[in-house]
Design a protein around this ligand. Structure first.
Ligand SMILES: NS(=O)(=O)/N=C1/NCCS1
Ligand SMILES: [Zn+2]
Length: 262
C-alpha cells in the first residue's frame, strides 16, 4: 500500500507535495538560498527579543518526520517580539531538519553553504485568534531559524533535547519535556536575515515571516549522530532512519531578503 501521507521519500517527497497541497507551487515558498550579494541591509530593522517561560515546555515527540518540542501557547507565556514583527508572537513548537551526513541537512542555504541541520522555533500571531487562523494570514507566523554546524565542541544546551531522543526513537513516541527555555540554543550574535515565505512542510502555507540567524551554533559529531538515530518507522515496523527531512530550495521569485547587519 503506497503511503498516502506526505514525507521525504521518492514516492511521497517534495516533488509530489503539490499533488495534494497546491500551495506548494506558490510564489512565496520556502526554503530559499540567501545570496549575500542580493541581500539589502535595512537599518530600520529592530533587534528581536525572545522572552520564553521555561514552564511552558510540555512534551517532546517523534512524529516520523521530525523531533518536535511543544509549548503551552494558550496565552502570551513565551513570546517573540521585535525584529520585523509587529506585536508579540507566541512560541508553539520547535523542531529540526537534518541530513544523513554533516555536509547537508539545512533547508535554507547561505551563499552555497548547506549546514548539517536547521532548528525552527515556530511562533504565531495571537491577533488572528488561534494557530489555524494565523496560517491563513501573511503575518500569521514567525519562524526563527538557527543553523547547526558540526565542530569539535558539543553544544551543552542541545543535551536536553538529545538526551530525550532515547525515549522517542520511533514514530508516535512522546515524552514529557519540561522546564526548558529554548533561548539557550541561540548563538551569541543577534544578526539575522528576514524574508516572507512559507512553511517548508505541507500544506506549505505562505504565512511565515522568516528570521534566520546569521551565526550558526556548533554541535559535535556525536550530537548529530544521536539526531540521526531517530527512526521514521513505528515501534514494530522495519527500521528506517529519520534523516534528510529537508525540503529542496524554492524559487525566490523576486522576493527581497533584508539583513539586520551590514
Ligand atoms: N518547517 S516549518 O517550520 O516551516 N513547517 C511547519 N509546519 C507546521 C508548523 S511549522
Ligand atoms: Zn521546520
Amino acid at each position: 500500500m503506497a503511503q498516502s501521507v506526505w514525507g521525504y521519500d521518492r514516492e511521497n517527497g517534495p516533488e509530489h507535495w503539490h499533488e495534494n497541497y497546491p500551495m506548494a507551487k506558490g510564489d512565496k515558498q520556502s526554503p530559499i538560498e540567501i545570496n549575500s550579494k542580493d541581500v539589502r541591509h535595512d537599518s530600520s530593522l529592530a533587534p528581536w527579543h525572545a522572552s520564553y517561560d521555561p514552564g511552558a515546555a510540555k512534551t517532546i515527540l517523534n512524529n516520523g518526520r521530525t523531533c518536535r518540542v511543544v509549548f503551552d501557547d494558550t496565552f502570551d507565556r513565551s513570546v517573540l517580539r521585535g525584529g520585523p514583527l509587529i506585536g508579540a508572537y507566541r512560541l508553539r513548537q520547535l523542531h529540526l531538519h537534518w541530513g544523513s551526513a554533516d555536509d547537508h541537512g539545512s533547508e535554507h542555504v547561505i551563499d552555497g553553504v548547506k549546514y548539517a541541520a536547521e532548528l525552527h522555533l515556530v511562533h504565531w500571531n495571537p491577533k488572528h485568534g488561534n494557530f489555524a487562523g494565523a496560517l491563513k494570514q501573511p503575518d500569521g507566523v514567525a519562524v526563527v531559524g538557527v543553523f547547526l554546524k558540526v565542530g569539535k565542541t558539543p553544544k551543552p544546551e542541545m543535551k536536553r533535547i538529545l538526551e530525550e531522543i532515547d525515549n522517542i526513537k520511533t514514530k508516535g513516541k512522546e515524552a514529557p519535556f519540561q522546564h526548558f527555555d529554548p533561548s539557550i540554543l541561540f548563538p551569541k550574535s543577534r544578526d539575522y536575515w528576514t524574508y516572507h515565505g512559507s512553511f517548508t512542510t505541507p500544506p506549505c502555507e505562505e504565512c511565515v515571516t522568516w528570521i534566520l540567524l546569521r551565526e550558526p551554533i556548533e554541535v559535535s559529531p556525536d550530537q548529530m549522530a544521536r539526531l540521526r538515530s531517530l527512526s521514521k518507522n513505528g515501534e514494530n515496523e522495519p527500521m528506517c532512519p529519520l534523516v534528510d527531512n529537508w525540503r529542496p530550495l524554492q524559487p525566490v521569485k523576486g522576493r527581497i531578503v533584508r539583513a539586520s547587519f551590514k
